[in-house]
Each structure stands twice: as structure tokens, then as C-alpha cells.
Design a protein around this ligand. Structure first.
Ligand code: CTP
Length: 500
């Protein structure tokens, strides 16, 4: 059976395949062969990754250089995300959580991208949260400026002490929850990100087809995120761990294990972020008849749309469908700018494709439409990413607000009416399957959908117009056709274990 990446599907062998890459691919396939499953992100790691990613939410505000670092926060209730936040210029992420959730924080788990300061912690603890997990590097009140600013570092140390006192006297567990990734997860994510639809679409549009630009982009992201989320100097890292009460992690092998786990998660983040790259004139644009100057104005800024799509991509790595993983996330925009670092945007719900809640692995078939017997195929049982996002949303979708769903794949015919019926105003998605009718799942309605704006990953209209000038056959049903991508994808599905 072919193995397909979450959020996309496997294509023909990439030209960038080096010996090592191929070796890791063989290992992934062996893992799949032995276990019958693809590696999957744990919930704790997913929440941790989303907290790091929220720290990077594109901000309209000017970031000032300060001792207080921006931090990201994921609020979780009963293992479901109910809030995604990040610091603004005026408020820390913890303060924002308090304003937004108030006493609803009771019994919640909070995942911070930095250990929160005492000002935030005292209020969060007071609200009765259950657990506070944080990324064990430089805390919110940075401890990294010793030489340049001794006074503020003194204050930072005092704050760290206050945090420890609050921690030891509170009911809430304040801890580091990150877990080692399962075997081959890093390789699997790298491999599947290279093959993600968006990357393939760019690659096919380039005259010299290859995905080297993905590798370059990933390298850049790795460098950027390592400098933000890791502490390169081991001694400084140890000193920080001591100051924030993690002396037990300063001895080997615990210290090196911790650093390896952190590094792996940073690699995962970089790989996924690079799969929705800032590349040339590619982005989320309306297609065909939906395209008007006024309509394009209503599109989110590209960096925000990319950011949310990357969240959906991360969610896809929790899929229970071992062939096609899909992630979806719903955001909405208030009428006026809020206090959150996300501006006017607020989180509504998220999901990934999986079997009904509470079901066990053997309860339902996992086969796809290549299986002759229709009765033992997965399609009638699996809940789609959009369906889970809608079902487990934590806020209502208000008719007078702009709400938007980000899906890593084209919404299918089951989901399109649900999205429209729920009152969602915009869809950001890939369109690779649009217009396809398969044996058990169809993607025909997306193209015909009216009353909901659709922004798909493609070349910007300006660039496309230039292309069309040279090649008028470059579009079909209003959808940008990147030369025979669909055909090549079809071929790729024949990629099976035996080929390696
Ligand atoms: N917008 C979408 C589209 C599909 N899915 C999920 O994606 C899987 C089906 O993907 P698809 O690629 O259409 O079918 P496969 O048989 O997995 O792959 P193939 O293209 O080879 O037929 C199912 O788990 C379905 O729930 C989803 O969650 N949301």
C-alpha cells in the first residue's frame, strides 16, 4: 500500500533524494510495514509545537527589544484546544488568557512557549488551572542578557525565584511535559512535507523542476527557530535550567536527552513551516470568477493565512488515517482589534481526520478505494478534519463576523455543505483534488460552491495572468492548472513498499 503524507499525498520519487534521504525513507517504510501505522504526534507534543508556533504569530505591532519575550500559549480543556494566544505589546500571553477565559481556566492545561513570569503565574494559578507546561529554554522574563544589562538580569532572577515559590505553593502542576518523538517521526515529517501539495505545486510550476527550494527554506527556518527556541551554549542552558528550578535536568543523560527532544521538535516545526513557504508569488488567492479587486482585499494578509495553514498542517500529524492525514482549523475575526497578540482574530476550533471518538484501532476498516470490497473501506467511518473542527469548536460561529477555515486538503462533498451551513465565510485550502470524483469520496462541490470565498494555494493573479498570456490552457474550471500535477500525483499513488 502507498503511504501518503498527512495533508497531502506521496508523489513520484523526488529528484532531491540523496542516499541518506532514501535510507531514512526505507526506515519509515519498514516502520510502517512492521507496525501497520505511520508515526503520529502525541497530543502533548502537538500542543507544545502549537505553543511555539503561536509565539511566531505575525504581528501588526512593532516588536520592541525587551527583557520580556513574546510567548505563545495553547489553552487545553479535556485534551481539546480551547484557546490559541500570544503576547501583545501591552500584555503577556498569560494575562491575555485570563482576560479571554476568566474562571473558565479552571481545570485547564496551559502550554507556554516560555516559562511564564510571576505576574502571569499568580493569576493563572488563582484561576484554578490544572497544569502549566512550558518549553524549557529562556523564560518569558529573559535570563540571557547578563553582561549587557546586569540590573534587569537581577530582576529576572528575582522573578524566577517568585515563580518557584508560586509553583511550590500552588495546586497546579508547573512542569515540562514535552515527550520524545516516536521513531522516525522527524524523518516522516520531513519526507511528507517535501511531498506536500503546496511544495509540489511550486515545484511543478518551475521550469527546472526540483524541490531544492524546500530544502533551502527548511534550512533557513531551522536556523531561525534554533536561535529563538534553543540555547546554543550548553553551559548557559544549564545555568538557565538551574535558575528556573530544573536542576534535575542538568545532569547527563537527562540534559542531552532534553536537548535532543527540543531539537527534534524544532526540526519538526521547521519542516512543517517550510511546507507552506514564502516563495515567489505563491500564496492564497481566489480562483477564476471569484476574483475581483474587492474580493482580494478581503483575503487575510498572506503571512497570517500561511501561519494558520501551518497550524492545520501540524494538526494533520495526529491523523488516524494512515494514508491521508488532514488538519483543519477555524478562526474568526472580531469587529475591532482585541487585546490578544493575534489582533482581531480568535480561535474557534480545530480537528484532524480520525475514527469516531472512543473507537479502538480494530473497530473500523482502514482500507482505501483500491480495496475491491467496498464494505471494508474506511470512508463511511472516518470523521473528516473539518467535521471534527466544527463538532468540537469552543465558540459559536457568528453570522456578522468573518470566520474562516484552513484545511490542508480540498474540502470534500460531505464537508462543503457543512462549512457553508455553519456560516463560515472563507475557506483556505489546497485545490489539488478539486473536481475529482473517486469511488467513495468526491470533491465536486468545492468548485461550484457559492457564497463562501475560496482562497487556494496558487500563483498570485498578477503572475498567473502573465502565464496565461503565454499559455491560455493553464486554467481549468477557474482553477490554476500547474502542468499535469494531477496526473503525476495519480502516478505517485502507485508508490508502494516494494518500490524501495
Ligand atoms: N477535506 C478533507 C478531505 C479528506 N479528508 C479525509 O481524507 C481521507 C481521504 O483522502 P483521499 O485522499 O481523498 O482518499 P485516500 O483513499 O486516502 O487517497 P487516494 O487519493 O489514493 O484515493 C479520509 O480520511 C477523509 O476523512 C478530510 O478529513 N478532509
Amino acid at each position: 500500500m502507498g503511504v501518503v503524507p498527512p495533508g497531502g499525498r506521496r508523489h513520484g520519487t523526488a529528484r532531491h533524494g540523496t542516499g541518506t534521504a532514501r535510507h531514512s525513507l526505507i526506515n519509515i517504510y519498514l516502520f510502517f510495514f512492521k507496525t501497520g501505522q505511520m508515526p503520529r504526534l502525541s497530543k502533548v507534543n502537538l500542543f507544545t509545537l502549537l505553543s511555539l508556533w503561536m509565539e511566531l504569530f505575525p504581528s501588526a505591532e512593532q516588536q520592541k527589544k525587551s527583557q520580556v519575550k513574546k510567548s505563545g500559549l495553547v489553552v487545553v480543556k479535556n485534551m481539546k484546544i480551547i484557546g490559541l494566544h500570544c503576547s501583545s505589546t501591552d500584555l503577556h500571553a498569560g494575562q491575555i488568557a485570563l482576560i479571554k477565559h476568566g474562571s473558565r481556566l479552571k481545570n485547564c492545561d496551559l502550554y507556554f512557549s516560555r516559562k511564564p513570569c510571576s505576574t502571569c503565574l499568580k493569576m493563572i494559578v488563582n484561576a484554578g488551572v490544572n497544569r502549566i507546561s512550558y518549553w524549557p529554554a529562556d523564560p518569558e522574563i529573559s535570563l540571557q542578557n547578563e553582561v549587557s544589562n546586569p540590573t534587569s538580569t537581577e530582576d529576572a532572577k528575582l522573578d524566577a525565584k517568585a515563580v518557584e515559590r508560586l509553583k511550590s505553593n500552588s495546586r497546579a502542576r508547573v512542569c515540562v511535559l514535552l515527550q520524545p518523538l516516536v521513531c522516525y517521526m522527524v524523518q516522516f515529517i520531513e519526507e511528507t512535507s517535501t511531498k506536500f501539495d503546496f511544495i509540489q505545486k511550486i515545484a511543478k510550476s518551475q521550469p527546472d523542476y526540483n524541490t531544492d527550494f524546500y530544502t533551502a527554506c527548511r534550512q533557513e527556518r531551522i536556523k531561525e527557530y534554533e536561535s529563538l527556541f534553543l540555547i546554543s551554549n550548553e553551559e548557559i542552558h544549564k545555568q538557565i535550567l538551574m535558575t528556573i528550578g530544573l536542576e534535575n535536568l542538568c545532569e547527563n543523560p537527562y540534559f542531552s536527552n532534553l536537548r535532543q527532544n527540543m531539537k527534534d521538535l524544532v526540526l519538526v516545526l521547521a519542516s512543517v513551516a517550510a511546507s507552506v513557504p514564502v516563495f515567489g508569488c505563491f500564496g492564497f488567492y481566489r480562483s477564476g470568477s471569484q476574483r475581483t479587486a474587492e474580493a482580494d482585499d478581503q483575503c487575510l494578509p498572506q503571512d497570517v493565512a500561511r501561519h494558520c495553514m501551518i497550524q492545520a498542517r501540524l494538526l494533520a500529524y495526529r491523523t488516524e488515517d494512515h494514508k491521508t492525514g488532514v488538519g483543519a482549523i477555524i478562526w474568526a475575526e472580531e469587529k475591532s482589534r482585541g487585546c490578544d497578540g493575534t489582533g482581531a482574530m480568535y480561535f474557534i476550533g480545530c480537528g484532524y481526520n480520525a475514527f469516531p471518538v472512543g473507537s479502538e484501532y480494530a473497530d473500523f476498516p482502514h482500507m482505501d478505494d483500491k480495496q475491491k470490497d467496498r464494505e471494508i473501506r474506511k470512508f463511511r467511518y472516518i470523521i473528516h478534519a473539518e467535521q471534527n473542527a466544527l463538532t468540537f469548536r469552543c465558540r459559536e460561529i457568528k453570522p456578522d463576523e468573518r470566520s474562516m477555515i484552513f484545511v490542508t486538503k480540498c474540502p470534500c462533498d460531505e464537508c462543503v455543505p457543512l462549512i457553508k451551513g455553519a456560516g463560515i465565510k472563507q475557506i483556505y485550502a489546497g485545490d489539488v483534488d478539486a473536481g475529482k470524483k473517486k469511488a467513495d469520496i468526491s470533491y465536486m462541490k468545492f468548485g461550484e460552491l457559492e457564497g463562501v470565498s475560496k482562497f487556494t494555494w496558487q500563483l498570485s493573479p498578477l503572475q498567473t495572468n502573465a502565464l496565461e498570456f503565454h499559455d491560455p490552457t493553464a486554467r481549468e474550471n477557474g482553477v490554476q492548472k500547474t502542468k499535469s500535477l494531477d496526473d503525476q500525483q495519480h502516478q505517485s499513488k502507485k508508490l508502494c513498499l516494494g518500490h524501495y
